[in-house]
Design a protein around this ligand. Sequence first.
Ligand code: SAM
Length: 243
Amino acid sequence: MRIDVVTIFPQMFATVREYGMTRIAVEQGALAMHLWDPRSYSEDSYKRVDDRPYGGGPGMVMQAPQMVKAIRAAREASRGKVICLSPQGPVLNYSRLRELSEEPALVLVAGRYEGIDQRVLDNEVDDELSIGDYVVAGGELPAMVLIEALVRQLPGVLGNENSADADSFSNGLLDWPHFTRPEVFEGERVPEVLLGGNHEEIRRWRLKEALGQTWLKRPDLLECRNMSDEEQMLLAEFKAEHP
Ligand code: SAM
């Protein structure tokens, strides 16, 4: 997947290139990231990209000419859909993530200050996307959240091809609890069923726990779920064990 990012802080994206799963994706060629700095399109000798808002008030606004040149250059090179990270967009969720992971290329636009001149958003951006109902100082961290989440969906990037399928939300449920060595830690034992090697019992236990954790922490996810007979039985068992 090709991802182009329009940002005045391209250095921040060293994190994507140098750490963890995104670094592996870059090394494997599954992710190609390109960065476009609107400052390089500024004709001002100070390389300014912001100015005071018309109408007055606090803060600065990112200027249209530099942003538009950077976005058009990125779009021309990538041919991808242009997405602006913005607290005003629909909040990113699993189904939107899946849709975006099918795109061969995306251009992500990161704002700063009070935001970007509205004419840029109206004419150059296909969609807005938020990471949650709160405001951070810039679009770079939201863009990196999206990139890391997308990389988890790319085939072959995760060591075990199936592990993204078991993640919370992938099948409408939260993930089941995980345990590793030591078998006993501060007097607490790993659930016996996980030590026995009976695959069917382990599958049932994991499904029951996934249903139970979802019921405890995110009951809203169960409201629209069409539960199978087995799921209804396992959830009833879980509820009986957690009165
Ligand atoms: N004045 C804007 C508002 O209230 O809608 C907020 C501007 S914010 C300080 C600067 C930039 O950070 C935004 O242009 C956007 O790119 C990014 N940003 C802030 N919060 C975000 C969120 N929840 N999701 C995605 N991007 C966000």
